[in-house]
Design a protein around this ligand. Structure first.
Ligand code: AMP
Length: 219
């Protein structure tokens, strides 16, 4: 099962991705998580990526394509994967198609999460993450049990630098201009489905599962 989840920043991709990968036991390949790990490890790629991430811009295509294509060729992806946050440009989508064709594979389903702009802003400003274990929270809908502390590992949870208001505006513009055209790209390939991401995450997940369930007959 080779899946891709897309949507604006704050659409809930990360939350749905975690639920999907746990239920279907496939690796979660998030370009944002890969970059954040590289930044934490202070690698050359991480340093370069960080220059763009802190401004709310996209990391250059060549670097992004190279890190994802290395990741997709690891053995744990042999039986499927879920891509989250990649591709974000038409150039990346072409590169992904070429890589999958070379490996004799194809994407089965692209899930597009639709969410209103107001809700996106509300979600992103309330989002807190744990940099140590990657857990995510929302102060409005899913707060940690103890204020400011990660339930899972006890570390401090923070507002991501790129979730600050000015950067969020930039990320939304980038999404509109560079990533939204992918909706047509995958719709033309007839593998795109739309899911309402305005619902609470459990109801959204039910919708997602229905679409993934429909794939069974096609395998
Ligand atoms: P995310 O956690 O998916 O929101 O990603 C955080 C940031 O990493 C984005 O705002 C971009 O700066 C960068 N990034 C993640 N994925 C990509 C991608 N596919 N192409 C370019 N930049 C990316």
């Amino acid at each position: 099962m080779r899946l891709l989840i897309m949507g604006a920043p704050g659409a809930g991709k990360g939350t749905q991705a975690k639920l999907i990968t746990e239920k279907y036991n496939i690796p979660h390949i998030s370009s944002g998580d890969i970059f954040r790990q590289e930044i934490k490890d202070n690698t050359k790629d991480g340093q370069l990526a960080n220059k763009y991430i802190i401004k709310g811009q996209l990391v250059p295509d060549d670097l992004t394509i190279s890190v994802i294509s290395k990741r997709l060729q690891k053995e744990d992806c042999n039986h499927g994967f879920l891509l989250d946050g990649f591709p974000r440009t038409i150039k990346q989508a072409h590169a992904l198609d070429q890589l999958l064709a070379k490996l004799n594979l194809k994407l089965d389903l692209v899930i597009n999460l639709n969410v209103s702009k107001d809700l996106i802003i509300k979600r992103l400003s309330g989002r807190r993450v744990c940099l140590k274990c990657g857990a995510t929270y929302n102060l409005n809908t899913n707060p940690p049990k103890k204020e400011g502390i990660c339930d899972r590992c006890g570390d401090t949870i923070i507002l991501r630098d790129d979730d600050k208001e000015e950067t969020v505006k930039m990320r939304l513009d980038v999404y509109e201009n560079q990533t939204k055209p992918l909706i047509k790209y995958y719709s033309d390939q007839k593998i795109l489905v739309h899911v309402d991401g305005n619902l609470n995450f459990r109801d959204t997940f039910k919708e997602v599962v229905k679409f993934i369930g429909d794939l069974d007959g096609k395998h």
